[in-house]
Unconditional design. Sequence first.
Length: 304
Amino acid sequence: MPGKLVVMIPAYNEAGTIAEAIRRIPRRIVGIGKVEVLVIDDGSRDETAKIAKGAGADSVFRHEINRGLGIAFRNGLENALKMGADIIVNMDADLQFNPRDIPKLIEPILRSRADVVTCSRFKDAKLIPEMPFIKKIGNKFFTSLVSILAGQKFTDTQCGFRAYSKEAALRAMLFGRFTYTQEVLLDLINKGFRIEEVACKVKGQREGKSRIVKHWYVYGIKAMIIIIRSLRDYKPLLFFGSSGIALFLIGILSALLALKNLAIVLVILGVLLVALALLADMSDRQRKIMEEILYRLKKQELAD
């Protein structure tokens, strides 16, 4: 039976583009019974929310203050599920993405090949957009890093144009305030969900006014912090244990080189980190139990 697709659009000061973004969203898609649009206005100081309603958004959820893209995304998933979504597509309001690509984006989910589908700007060489060199280098770095941590080869892990199955949206557990793109991939892959990339033509330069950050290096620092925290949370034994073993071995080597004081400090730190790794691994089991409880509560809430 055809289900419902909810297209959610986090927006911050996008009064100039939000209406056009909404109007371009296809309302009839093969395999989908109903398409609805949800706008998450993240404390805009302009008339983004009012214009979104006038342009045909089915629901507008508004933050009174700007809380960050990560929180807007989490609240978007929660509200889309309450709207009865079977598939959720997330896209920006700045007209970088082409809403006409939504059928292509959700096809792997409709065919039960994937649980999450992410748009890739770099999978097809003919579709690579024009963008600043530093952004391309940064994208390649973070994509390679996430690919290593996830154990799956990606070509673009920063693109926010994605489709999520209902089950993936229910299972997602995110904490980042600043962004979500890397964190949600690591979270869902860690939980066994299938991720697929689809090549789409994307504008290299955005038309909207808002920015996640003003400088590329700020984005890099904040994104790296999110990735490190994800590694700490999902692979605590590796995160703390590898550091502890490394310090312990360096301490032993220092002892052989007659660096007695340094050796003692390093060996003690190494043992403490290994002990912390074991405790963190135990805590990780408790986290998984709590996430399972929360998942069941979400399902029950939706059922009610």
